[in-house]
Design a protein around this ligand. Structure first.
Ligand code: PHE
Length: 326
């Protein structure tokens, strides 16, 4: 019986391969799988087999039947489904391509502009020594911006902070070369603040420093105005207000005129000033011989204006629906 079973199987598979249409399929089904088909006839013989062989033979017969049914189903599907033809006129499938984050694209643009103005670009550490973030910048121990609310401190490392601004570049610039010099740093900074549409606890700043013998506030204002004109076009209007930062004297803030939806407003863009003599001394330079200016601006705010992004949190969300727009 075992032998017969194998013969039926072989014959059936060969027959199935030459079935070419629906009626052929139906004939095959009746001949091999139907109630009075060959497989059923063979299985009817089972009770006549020696009792000891019956379980094994029954299993073999069932396996053969399942196999033939599967082959039958495959053949039927192959005959009824339309063949997959390659159609060269169909539009192609576009492979997904990644691209740079809008903040990276924008940062690169800023870097280009500062390079064109003769500035070198440097990066400093985000995990910073207290001295570079505060003490060396004339921010004494009891200054409010050191408040635990603002600064992320590192547990068990009293000398380390997540830098709260990239003004650290003022002190680090000297590590790269002796003055006169012009440096820009663009990087992430951290503040322990509540987040909303215009505040994140991590954001990006662009700080710059220029050190020379005869630099004045006029150089500072002209440099920054030129930067904004190169970024947003020659008609950009800026204004300067006096302000206070411990590491500059005098200190200023700069606003830019911005029109959106018929309204014109002055937007605060940056803090800046002439480098404080104490900071020049912290650089181990003679404060009588060297003078400089420095600024720090929020890169996210500029990027949001540039692209018309309404919420700073989108920028760091990793949201593809947002990112795909750039
Ligand atoms: N570091 C200041 C800030 O974070 C900005 C600033 C930089 C001001 C350099 C003056 C000079 O707001």
């Amino acid at each position: 019986m075992e032998h017969e079973l194998r013969r039926i199987q072989d014959e059936a598979l060969a027959a199935l391969a030459s079935v070419a249409d629906q009626s052929g399929l139906e004939r095959f089904r009746q001949t091999y799988l139907g109630r009075s088909g060959r497989l059923a006839a063979l299985m009817a013989e089972l009770p006549n087999q020696p009792a000891a062989d019956r379980p094994r033979l029954g299993r073999l017969a069932n396996q053969a039947k399942a196999g033939l049914q599967r082959a039958f189903g495959d053949r039927r599907r192959a005959l009824t489904e339309p063949p997959q033809v390659f159609d060269p006129t169909l539009p192609g499938e576009k492979p997904e391509r990644g691209h740079l984050h809008p903040l990276t694209q924008f940062t690169r643009r800023m870097v280009e502009i500062w390079r064109s103005l003769g500035y070198d670009i440097h990066e400093g550490p985000e995990l910073e020594l207290d001295w570079y973030n505060f003490a060396g910048l004339n921010i004494p121990r009891d200054h409010p911006s050191r408040d635990i609310q603002d600064t992320f401190y590192i547990k068990d490392h009293p000398d380390l902070v997540l830098r709260t601004h990239s003004s650290t570049v003022q002190l680090r610039a000297l590590k790269h070369r002796p003055p006169p010099l012009k440096f820009v740093e663009i990087g992430r900074v951290y503040r322990h603040e509540a987040t909303d549409a215009s505040h994140e606890s991590m954001f990006t700043q662009c700080d710059g420093v220029a050190l020379g013998r005869d630099l004045t506030m006029a150089h500072l204002v002209t440099t920054l105005r030129t930067f904004f004109q190169l970024l947003f076009g020659p008609r950009v209007k800026i204004r300067v207000r006096p302000s206070y930062f411990p590491f500059v004297e005098p200190g200023i803030e700069m606003d830019m005129k911005w029109s959106v939806a018929g309204k014109t407003v002055w937007l605060e863009m940056l803090g800046a000033g002439m480098i404080h003599p104490n900071v020049i001394k912290a650089m181990k330079l003679d404060a009588k011989r060297w003078r400089g200016f420095a600024w720090g601006m929020g890169v996210d705010r500029l990027m949001m204006l540039h692209y018309g992004i309404p919420d700073v949190r989108l920028s760091y969300s990793g949201d593809l629906e947002f990112l795909k727009q750039f």
